[in-house]
Ligand binder design. Sequence first.
Ligand code: 5GP
Length: 196
Amino acid sequence: MNFLEERIIKDGIVKPGNVLKVDSFLNHQMDIQLMEEIGREFKRRFADKNITKVMTIEASGIGIACFVAKEFGVPMVFAKKSKSVNISGDVYVAEVESFTHKNTNQVIVSKMFLNNDDHLLIIDDFLANGCALKGLIAIANAAGASVEGLGIVIEKGFQDGGRMIREMGYDLESLAIVDAMDAENGTITFRAQEDK
Ligand code: 5GP
């Protein structure tokens, strides 16, 4: 088990509806030493990529993406949830359906902060059905930026997002892949990952 899998076993809580709660160290209270380790691990896994910017989505990706951006020495930009319909033309827009809140948000990135010279590393906390990542990829494509890789802290391997993103040909790295979890007895099963 890697450092993250060990922490999920120790402090993660399986909720009904295929939700894994990691509020004590990742999604609400954040363990900053663990964030640093996550940042270093993504830097190690994407060491051969020429990254110019890290991109994520509001809200829970932001903290993690900061630590990743610090390792690469590049800025971090996050897609903002926007209530007003944006027709001004100065932003890139994507529709993202929220897995946890079961609603659809329009997310935006200002055209000032993304362009066709950018080589992006996209970061998020969870990967479930892949809507958040697909929205971020759509924004990158609209800007003409290249997506060099995608880094996820916890992938739920029993949902479709990971397979879909890999089939699209993207370099997707997940630090922990949960293949099964059981809300009744609290068990979590990880996919074996070869030593990276
Ligand atoms: P997707 O767009 O891939 O369906 O879902 C990813 C987003 O939903 C992530 O940004 C994350 O915030 C949220 N999410 C999905 N599954 C879980 C989960 O099991 N636990 C938590 N805490 N968030 C999740």
